[in-house]
Design a protein around this ligand. Structure first.
Ligand code: AMP
Ligand code: ZN
Length: 469
């Protein structure tokens, strides 16, 4: 199996650290809002990577964090007048709902930064003891980038080459830094912010140290795959390497995988630009399996532009798959128990070829676009050769194969029956959140949508109740 490794900028044969096992870490979201479909791209893609390894018989340990303390969470908490932990708790819950809708397997562990502070303090102390970090007078602890020989190896930047993209000048407020590229490991609290006691000051950890600590705790000093969106290559992953390797003295991750952006009008979708669509919004217009199919329709290292046409295309594709699965199921029930004809035997040979095409595509740096086209060819094979008169064995084999391959892609082989109750409850929860966030426009929009669905809301002392009009 070949994987494109950002570290060496080429495809390399995958060799696990331990035979039969894969240890992977994927940087998770900062939870201060509903996740948008840009965040969903790494979630869907790396879940598919995990599923393919499982299909191949590997035992996969998959760790993905929730960043639940951060400036943006604190800001959202201040705006709503609630605690930062309430914001984080709420959006972790909502994120899990969205992930379930996208059929993302729960991670082996989903550590939360705020529950791992003691490990972070310990690693920061080790870095100080080893000469890789220093505390400034106000208690801020910085990583000393010049102490790490290969700083810049992942992002291909060089501290001594001022054209390589690293900073050469300090800005105001950075006087205590030895080098402008030194980064924060621990920072002092500000009034009203959550904080923890440490040897340096009451404060909180920097973002990068979280992943080094959680990865080490749940996967060990060395892991097979570290993944995330390409915006994380620098500085986040570069800094994770500097921290983890300075402490362990060993290479941290063997393969660094990064997905390209999900764009809208050819611009990166992001919360800060405000050009995003949440997974929750999409779930109102489409089954989230459509979103999943749309994401997998492009290679993960190619930018993908979100558009209604592409989503409609994915919707039609999903419909084609599900209809073929329905037909296979129905025909199977009635099919005769008899030996296969020559034509059917030839059909199974063709099927094996298509499975090989699927696997070869996945083995070639997870080319899900080509893997999907193999699935559609199997759909065509089923549609053109299977009838109620086909041998039961023939139908059964195609059906079983399709189910296995769809499982790798995380597509359920049956139509989901969404209950009205679940949908209404989800809308009400989102409306409450919008109101709390003082996003009244969104709250009204949801109320109108509920009205259109024939749902009446009533505010009672036990919360919001609903009934059909
Ligand atoms: P964040 O919550 O911004 O830290 O992002 C969580 C994950 O989503 C990271 O792996 C990001 O790289 C990824 N991500 C954010 N925006 C996009 C986007 N527009 N396209 C693809 N990946 C993204
Ligand atoms: Zn990370």
């Amino acid at each position: 199996m070949k994987i494109f490794n950002t570290m060496d900028r080429r495809k390399e044969e995958f060799v696990p650290l331990e035979p039969g096992k894969v240890r992977m870490y994927v940087c998770g979201p900062t939870v201060y809002n509903f996740i948008h479909i840009g965040n969903a791209r790494p979630m869907i893609f790396f879940d598919t990577v995990r599923r393919y390894f499982q299909y191949k018989g590997y035992d996969v340990r998959y760790v993905s964090n929730f960043t639940d303390v951060d400036d943006k969470i604190i800001k959202a908490a201040e705006e709503e007048g609630v605690s930062a932990s309430e914001i984080a708790e709420r959006y972790i819950k909502e994120c899990r709902t969205d992930m379930a809708g996208m059929n993302i397997e729960p991670a082996t562990v989903n550590p939360r930064a705020t529950e791992e502070i003691s490990g972070m303090i310990e690693m920061i102390q080790q870095l100080i003891d080893g000469g890789h970090a220093y505390a400034a007078e106000d208690g801020t602890v910085y990583y000393r980038v010049r102490s790490f020989k290969n700083y810049g190896k992942l992002s291909h930047k060089n501290l001594d080459d001022n054209k390589s993209g690293l900073r050469t000048l300090k800005v105001t407020g950075e006087e205590a830094k030895e080098d402008p590229n030194d980064f924060v490991l621990w920072k002092p609290k500000k009034e009203g912010e959550p904080y923890w006691t440490s040897p340096w000051c009451d404060g909180r950890p920097g973002w990068h140290i979280e992943c080094s600590v959680m990865s080490k705790k749940y996967l060990g000093e060395q892991i097979d795959i570290h993944g995330g969106g390409e915006d994380l290559i620098f500085p986040h992953h570069e800094n994770e390497i500097a921290q983890s390797e300075a402490v362990s003295g060993k290479p941290f991750a063997r393969y660094w995988m990064h997905n390209a952006f999900l764009n809208i009008d050819n611009v990166k979708m992001s919360k800060s630009l405000g050009n995003f669509k949440t997974v929750r919004e999409i779930s109102r217009q489409y089954d989230l399996q459509v979103l999943r199919l749309f994401m997998l329709s492009a290679h993960y290292r190619s930018p993908l532009n979100f558009s209604r046409e592409m989503m409609e295309g994915a919707k039609a594709g999903l419909e084609r798959i599900l209809t073929a699965m329905d037909n296979l199921r129905d025909s199977f029930e009635e099919a005769p128990e008899r030996a296969m004809t020559e034509e059917e035997t030839r059909g199974l040979t063709e099927l094996s070829g298509l499975v090989k095409k699927f696997e070869d595509s996945m083995e070639d740096d997870f080319n899900t676009a080509d893997a999907l086209s193999a699935v559609f060819e199997i759909v065509r094979l089923a549609n053109t050769t299977v009838t109620r008169e086909s041998a039961r064995k023939y139908i059964g084999k195609i059906r079983e194969t399709m189910e296995k391959l769809l499982d790798v892609l995380g597509i359920l082989p049956e139509r989901k029956k969404v209950s009205l109750d679940a949908e209404v409850e989800a809308l009400i929860t989102e409306r409450q959140a919008a109101r709390k966030a003082k996003n009244y426009a969104r709250a009204d929009e949801i109320r109108n949508q509920l009205t259109e669905m024939g749902i009446v809301l009533e505010d009672t002392k036990d919360g919001v109740k609903w009934r059909k009009a």
